[in-house]
Structure formats: structure tokens, C-alpha cells
Ligand binder design. Structure first.
Ligand code: ATP
Ligand code: MG
Length: 333
């Protein structure tokens, strides 16, 4: 049987949030029975814009692994592995950097957005600019063909496939497979402030470990339609964060469509839609929080899971590196 391989991962920069859930964790849960799946704790990539704070990157390795298992990622069915302990990925990254130009890296729309958001100006860490090549190494190192990611990652998958084309052309054979992104319809989830995307690094997130009070406070503070002052006024649903979140998480999309129509006509208050969203988020997060609390009592077990997974991933990525080196006809001793 030829089952396809999935590779995805998360930077170890902070605990995961509901944007991750909607953007990629839900798809990972869906695929873990039908596909071979590797989940990468991307600590090396996290360092590309956190070199001043290696402690944060280190600390969050366990936190992200806990989040994975708390949402239902099963280490018996999905392999959780640590990027910094997979030297073949670093070697492939160095190799791939010769198959991409600086101009192309600078043109990558995701990188451009992220450079702007981080206020790097001209002081872009070289590792940061080059991380698309490293991400290409991550994906192809596992010969993954499917990558469940948020919409912001699409240009990175495109760039991965460009590198794959060049390497295959140089090798004169199809040594690396092309990868396809699996992107949820809901698009990227905005932060509770309604501005940028929800992100671990900007403090506008609802973490998957949020307490009931945190969830309540976050929903209360959520941006709606600033001109919707009285219940009877017509309201806007575009740019209204509460409806964006309901689109992503409400299990009853038919009833939601009716509520949207009522809100636009007038006669539906912000309090009602916020109460609906809060109940949905409390229900989503409660079991995740409980499992997380349970698992975090046994950090030894979490470490074992990461160690086992990393060993399996080492075997896989070493094999790919050997294939690439041999297909390119490089010197081998
Ligand atoms: P950082 O701020 O450190 O970059 P992040 O919150 O952007 O953290 P990443 O680790 O960069 O998270 O992203 C991991 C995965 O989660 C990617 O597939 C990304 O597309 C997805 N993702 C992150 N934030 C969102 C969001 N707000 N909505 C949908 N998907 C998201
Ligand atoms: Mg990010």
C-alpha cells in the first residue's frame, strides 16, 4: 500500500492557540489515521527571529508537544520530532540554498509580510531570510506530499516546489516529490483585536490552554462593528471578529447563516452573538485544557515521546539526504 506522507509543524515560540486549531491542527487530527504523519517542533526555525531569547525557544518545545497531545494527536499514529536534532535537515538546507536566489527569497510574500510585522528594516537575520529554503528541507526531508497549514504558508509551499523542480532537473530524475498544501476554507484567523492574524508572538491570541475566565474576557474584548450601537441597528459582519470566529468554529453553520442575516437587518445585539461564541469556545477548549493538565504532570513521558519520534525522523531524513546527494552525483566517500 502506498500511503502519502504529511509533514507539518510549529515554531516553538509559545503555546498554540485557536488559530492553530482552525488553521492546521484540526486537519492533522483528521488525517492521522489515513496518512503517515510527521509533526515537527520547529525550534531551529524559531531561532531565526528569536536568537536573542534561546530560552524561550527551548522552553516551548515541551509546551507545543503538550498542545499536540492535548488536542488529540496520538504519538502512536503521528510522529512528533525535534527539528534541531535532525542534522540531515540542516544539511539539506545548506544544499538547497544553492538552488534559490536572494532576490527570490526577498520576493516571497510571506517573508515580506513577516519582515514588515517584525520591524526588521534592513537588519534582517540571514537565517530568517533563508528559512523558506530550510522549510523546503523540512518538507522534502520526509518526502512529504501533503502539508496541512494556514493560508499564510501557501507562498512557502510554492517556493518549496520551485526548489524541488530545480533539484530534480539538475539530478535528471524525480528524486524529490512535489508538495501540496492543505489549507482550510476559513482562511487565517485574525487576532481578538481584529487587526493582524492571531499569532503567538503578538499577544492577540486565545491559547488552547486558556482558563474559562481568560476565554470569557477575550470574547468580551472582541472587536465587532463599532457602528452597531443599538440592538435594532443594522450591523456589519465583514471585519466583525465574532462572526469570523463563528465561521471557523460554529458547528451549526445553517443557524449561523440565519443569525448573520438577522444581525445585518438589525435586531440582534453583540451580547447575544458573543455569548454564543463564548459557549462554543468554552466547549472546544475545556477537554483540551483538562488533557493538557493531566499530561503536564508527566513531563518524562512527553520527553520520551519526543525522543522516540526524533529517532524515527532521523532515519527517514538521513535516507532522503543520501538519495539527494547521490541523485545530484556529489562526491561520496
Ligand atoms: P509566530 O508568531 O511565532 O510566527 P504563529 O502563531 O504564527 O507563531 P507558527 O508556528 O508560525 O505560528 O505557525 C504554525 C502553523 O499555524 C502554520 O501552518 C500557520 O499557517 C498556522 N497558523 C498560525 N497562526 C494562524 C492563524 N491566526 N490562523 C490560521 N492559521 C494559523
Ligand atoms: Mg508564524
Amino acid at each position: 500500500m502506498n500511503i502519502s506522507t504529511i509533514l507539518t509543524g510549529d515554531r516553538t515560540t509559545g503555546p498554540l492557540h485557536i488559530g492553530h486549531y482552525a488553521g492546521s491542527l484540526a486537519n492533522r487530527l483528521r488525517y492521522q489515521d489515513s496518512h503517515e504523519q510527521f509533526l515537527l517542533l520547529a525550534d531551529t526555525q524559531a531561532l531565526t527571529d528569536n536568537a536573542h531569547d534561546p530560552q524561550k525557544v527551548q522552553r516551548n518545545v515541551i509546551e507545543v508537544a503538550l498542545d499536540y497531545m492535548a488536542v488529540g494527536i496520538d504519538p502512536a499514529r503521528s510522529t512528533i520530532c525535534l527539528q534541531s536534532h535532525l542534522p540531515a535537515l540542516a544539511e539539506l538546507s545548506m544544499l538547497y540554498l544553492n538552488f534559490v536566489t536572494v532576490a527570490r527569497l526577498e520576493r516571497n510574500p510571506t517573508i515580506k509580510d513577516e519582515i514588515r510585522a517584525r520591524g526588521f528594516g534592513r537588519d534582517i537575520p540571514a537565517g530568517f531570510l533563508c528559512y523558506p529554503a530550510a522549510q523546503a528541507a523540512d518538507i522534502t526531508g520526509f518526502k512529504a506530499t501533503l502539508v496541512p497549514v494556514g493560508e499564510d504558508q501557501a507562498p512557502l509551499i510554492e517556493q518549496t516546489n520551485e526548489i524541488v523542480r530545480r533539484i530534480n532537473a539538475t539530478a535528471g530524475q524525480s528524486v524529490l516529490p512535489h508538495a501540496q498544501a492543505i489549507i482550510p476554507k476559513a482562511g487565517r484567523l485574525p487576532g481578538i483585536d481584529g487587526k493582524a492574524k492571531m499569532s503567538k508572538s503578538t499577544g492577540n491570541a486565545i491559547p488552547l490552554s486558556a482558563s474559562p475566565d481568560d476565554i470569557r474576557a477575550a470574547v468580551r474584548a472582541m472587536f465587532t462593528d463599532p457602528n452597531h450601537l443599538r440592538v435594532q441597528d443594522p450591523g456589519r459582519i465583514e471585519g466583525n471578529v465574532v462572526f469570523t470566529y463563528l465561521d471557523a468554529f460554529d458547528p451549526d453553520q445553517n443557524e449561523l447563516a440565519e443569525l448573520k442575516a438577522q444581525y445585518q437587518r438589525g435586531g440582534l445585539g453583540d451580547g447575544k452573538i458573543k455569548a454564543r461564541l463564548e459557549a462554543i469556545l468554552q466547549e472546544l477548549i475545556a477537554p483540551i485544557r483538562a488533557r493538557r493538565a493531566q499530561l503536564s504532570k508527566d513531563r518524562g513521558y512527553v520527553l520520551e515521546v519526543i525522543k522516540d519520534g526524533t529517532e524515527r525522523a532521523q532515519t527517514r531524513t538521513e535516507a532522503t539526504k543520501r538519495d539527494v546527494v547521490s541523485a545530484l552525483g556529489l562526491f561520496q566517500l
